[in-house]
Ligand binder design. Sequence first.
Ligand code: G3P
Ligand code: CA
Length: 289
Amino acid sequence: MHARVVAATVVAILGTAVLLSPGSDARAGDAGEPTVIAHRGASAYAPENTLASIDKAAKLGFSWVENDVQRTKDGKLVVIHDDSLQRTTNVEQVFPGRAPWKVKDFTAAEIARLDAGSWYSPAYAGTRVPTLQQYMRRVEHNHEKLLLEIKNPELYPGIEQQTLKLLGNEGWLDHKHLGRLIVQSFSADSIRTVHKMKPAITTAYLGSPTAAQLHQYARFTDLVNPSYGSLSKAYVAAVHTFDGPHGKPLRVFAWTVNDAATACKVAGYDVDGIITNKPDVVRTALGSD
Ligand code: G3P
Ligand code: CA
């Protein structure tokens, strides 16, 4: 091959690597196409927050998944979005006298009896609410990366410490794993606590602080993750002007974008990531198929 062709090929390959690598590491800065994150797993195609939903994301070729962590009556961490078991399990049938079926009022053994798949489709009958430990092991098995949300922390005092302990026990707090982990919450206090306890963790605040507030958030969060409806190009640019606790510009992951037109729109705002129930739709919209 001609030397100039070789050089051009090398440059092209290196260029691709530079474009692809930032979005693939939790600690990376902004460049290239937005990272696509499968929200509650590939939750348009499998029951949300189950092992099936993260298997589905992996099958579709996506490495980043998002989840929600809460706590049972007997202190076990489980992966589920709502503070009640009612919408995504058959708890009403199994425990009819226990309304309003709050996660915090059921033991892990009781929750393990519930069907978390049939509400979505009979094809998923028998799917369970995973414990966080089971979930982390499947994420590891699938070589996935995790945007872990501490959900409703006000209901679960000490959940930050407990979550970090479990992550440490599962080997997720070493340097290698920290590049595949982001911890987020709607609670600034919760994220501040995570940052204080383990400063090496990449953190994300769910919400849209005002431009005037951003400098305060930049002390403890690496990302600001707003609802896509509250976004503008100017806001994303404003967020990007601040450096986070790890000395890199704050990043923005927008949620929850499930159609092509919105994906293109927010990509045009220069967001760093798009959180979606339909990662394949977003990937196609961004032209990365
Ligand atoms: O990751 C963003 C998104 O999960 C926040 O909203 O209610 O789906 O947890 P929610
Ligand atoms: Ca969530």
